[in-house]
Write a protein that binds this ligand. Structure first.
Ligand SMILES: [Fe+2]
Ligand SMILES: [Fe+2]
Length: 315
């Protein structure tokens, strides 16, 4: 064995690992672009989990029954756990968690645009579970085979929990749809507000998504944004029929030739506005996160002091 491997050998080993569909692990050399892309992607995902606690957390104290409250609490706590695994995964790539939080609260790093919409009624809790967690599953199931090992493994557990989130949302909506006319209207109204933003969760159309080709070549991503969006539409229409709700899209119809549902154009201007910070709740979400981070400073200080003491005693 040679004493040191040249950059060329390392690169060849990396390419070989990817081409064999094997996982890249923290001990492995990776090109700088891969490391940066992976950190950005996992950090944005982690931020989305943590910011995503807010819209629904808003309803915990107002849940209509003990059962609904217990379910919602469990779900929101799961999202916190998802954020924590994912921040840990970024640390295996050399990122610093404090730095990532700093980037989030100063607007330098993004999170999913969906969490910048308000939750106006309790039906929103059901619709978020059904559509938003449903879209997250569509996005995340293929990521269980992502080339970066720690991310792929985190995704397996996360997807199991997301599927509980989706089911509880659907079950809540089903209960409301069997209720009064006012409840049914509340569900339909929430569906009308969340449908288009859910389709935006898959990101810009393929022609407008500059990072997709490289991410697919590195097998970080397995499908394009448009493929996943189509899969989500095809999956959601029959579920809407079972529930007895409609989607606010007059162009939505089955295309027998394609074997898929056709659907209308997503308002990409709205998406750009929300992603660039001008959605209905962006400022509120980031400010809430910043405040929570500041309020938690004493916990971090205490943990660091305890770790120092333990080390001193051991020494
Ligand atoms: Fe999650
Ligand atoms: Fe979830």
């Amino acid at each position: 064995m040679t004493a040191t491997l040249s950059e060329k050998d390392l690169e060849a080993h990396f390419e070989h690992t990817i081409s064999k569909d094997q996982r890249i692990e923290p001990r492995d050399w990776v090109p700088e672009g891969y490391r940066k892309t992976m950190i950005r992607m996992i950090a944005q995902h982690a931020h989305s989990e943590i910011i995503g606690m807010q819209p629904e957390g808003n309803w915990i104290t107002r849940a209509p029954s003990l059962r609904r409250k217990a379910i919602l609490l469990a779900k929101v706590q799961d999202e916190a756990g998802h954020g924590l695994y994912l921040y840990s995964a970024t640390e295996t790539l050399g990122a610093d968690r404090g730095d990532l939080t700093e980037r989030l609260v100063t607007g330098r790093q993004k999170y999913s645009s969906i969490f910048n919409y308000p939750t106006l009624t309790f039906a929103d809790v059901g619709v978020i579970g059904w559509l938003v967690d449903g879209a997250a599953i569509c996005n995340q199931v293929p990521l269980c085979r992502s080339s970066y090992g720690p991310y792929a493994r985190a995704m397996i557990r996360i997807c199991k929990e997301e599927s509980f989130h989706q089911r509880q949302g659907f079950e809540l909506l089903m209960t409301m749809m069997k209720g009064t006319r006012a409840q049914r209207e509340m569900v339909q109204e929430a569906v009308n507000r969340w449908w288009w933003p859910s389709l935006m969760m898959f990101g810009p159309p393929d022609g407008d998504s500059p990072n997709t080709a490289q991410s697919m070549a590195w097998r970080i991503k397995r499908h394009t944004n448009d493929e996943l969006r189509q899969r989500f539409v095809d999956m959601s229409v029959p579920q809407a029929e079972i529930l007895g709700v409609t989607f606010p899209d007059p162009e939505l119809k089955w295309n027998a030739e394609r074997g898929h549902y056709d659907f209308g154009a997503v308002d990409w201007d709205e998406f750009k506005q929300v992603v660039s910070g001008n959605g209905p709740c962006n400022a509120e979400r980031v400010e809430h996160r910043r405040q929570a981070h500041e309020d938690g400073a004493w916990v971090r200080e205490a943990a660091a002091a305890h770790a120092r003491k333990t080390q001193e005693v051991a020494a």
